[in-house]
Design a protein around this ligand. Structure first.
Ligand code: CTP
Length: 395
């Protein structure tokens, strides 16, 4: 599976370092050439002999005691992939800040290869805004993240922060080194809150930032898909996507519905207005003696139309931003709109949904399965949604 691939396995100083031993063994078993790089902290948890014996070459730990005077540049240039497992808060912080203070961080800055970061730490640290913001920065720069799981942590605590299963990490590495598991897919993603005109200068909109939609588009591109992004916001366009700019719900409908049949998957992450202004003024409404009353009219729910007209094999995904009865409301929308998947967001929860760089969701499928994704980056949520899209197609 990984024959001929060169992987730098960076191990940092957390208790989960013992699980990196298993990741090392599995990568070598899959045919990869694994160069282990340990930080000073990692050596306090696992001996270098273990990684030297299981890896494809002896462990390196330092920029200075290597026969090669510039080990980081050679490691970085030759690598097809760098995996950091486990990644501590310190490593994530240094990498995000561009600080190269040991062989591993120097290698991370020197490489052009894809990088897979597998965080593991105590829940409080994992949920700290500094860690989440640093990870979001890395994700924006194209670094891949395998989020930690919930479970038993060191010291007997239970919570989010446990290193992902070694099999999941190796699978993510295989995916990154392969042609991409979405190669051959055409995917449409909608993003942002729609804007309904009141008059030529004022609009009614909502708090959707579009970040989750952009993260979906970026991850789908990285995984090999051809991506069309229909967006109401002006974030940096993802390289390689077809970007269609729209404003109102009606614009978005006109941009999507006529060409819906082209796509293998449609992911409606946009927060589409349910109401528009019944008769927008064609001039700026001026202040006067009376306060204007704005009459609203319902917009057309075109996701219902997409559900009805869905071609065989197309995967249709809706989003449900809710503040109460989150899962029940989402399940009802899944059925009413004939969707394959719905991504439920409790937008009232801290760090979740609108405007944040992080999100926590539950993905519900038409056949009744539910997968919760604990608070993590919007890019990691995007990967979980795309995994569910692939699973829905093959069901
Ligand atoms: N949607 C749409 N067209 C609309 C309204 C919503 O395509 N006019 C899509 C959204 O993009 C989202 C899904 O439908 O993927 C659910 O949107 P939401 O506003 O949560 O659901 P509604 O059916 O409008 O229900 P409510 O607002 O009452 O919660």
């Amino acid at each position: 599976m990984l024959q001929g691939k060169r992987i730098v396995l960076g191990v940092t100083g957390g208790i989960a370092a013992y699980k990196a031993v298993e990741v090392c063994r599995r990568l070598v078993d899959a045919g990869a050439h694994v160069s282990p790089v340990l930080t000073e902290g990692a050596e306090r948890f696992v001996g270098r002999t273990t990684f030297s014996a299981l890896g494809s070459e002896p462990v390196r730990t330092s920029l200075f005691d290597d026969p090669d005077p510039i080990p980081h540049t050679h490691l970085g240039q030759q690598a097809d992939l760098v995996v950091v497992c486990p990644a501590t808060a310190r490593l994530i912080g240094s990498y995000a800040a561009g600080i190269s203070d040991d062989l591993l961080t120097a290698t991370l800055l020197a490489t052009r290869a894809p990088v897979l970061v597998c965080p593991a730490m105590h829940t409080e640290m994992w949920e700290h805004p500094a860690v989440q913001e640093n990870l979001a920065t890395l994700a924006r720069r194209g670094v891949h993240v395998v989020p930690p799981e919930e479970g038993r942590l060191a010291g007997g605590d239970v919570g989010a922060g446990r290193l992902a299963d070694p099999a999941v990490i190796v699978e993510a590495a295989v995916r990154l080194l392969g042609p991409g598991d979405l190669a051959g897919w055409k995917i449409l993603v909608s993003a942002g809150g729609t804007r309904e005109a009141i008059d030529p200068v004022r609009v009614i909109t909502n708090r959707s930032s579009g970040k989750q939609g952009y993260a979906l588009a970026e991850q789908a591109l990285r995984r090999g898909a051809e991506v069309t992004l229909v967006t109401t916001v002006g974030l940096r366009p993802p390289a390689g996507a077809e970007v269609v700019a729209v404003a109102s719900a009606a614009d978005m409908e006109a941009a999507i519905v006529p060409r819906a049949a082209e796509f293998d998957a449609i992911i409606m992450a946009a927060a589409v207005a349910d109401f528009r202004v019944a008769s927008p003024a064609d001039h700026k409404i001026k202040k006067g003696a009376t306060v204007p009353v704005i009459e609203l009219a319902p917009t057309h729910d075109f996701l219902v139309d997409l559900g009805r007209a869905k071609p065989v094999g197309q995967v249709l995904v809706g989003f449900a931003a809710e503040t109460e009865n989150v899962l029940d409301n989402a399940a009802a929308k899944l059925e009413r709109k004939h969707l394959d998947l719905i991504v439920a967001n409790d937008v009232a929860a801290p760090g979740v949904g609108f405007e944040h760089d992080t999100n926590a969701v539950t993905i519900l499928t038409a056949d009744g399965t539910r997968r919760s994704v604990a608070l993590t980056t919007k890019h990691a949520v995007a990967d979980a949604v795309l995994d569910a899209v692939i699973a829905a197609r093959t069901r």
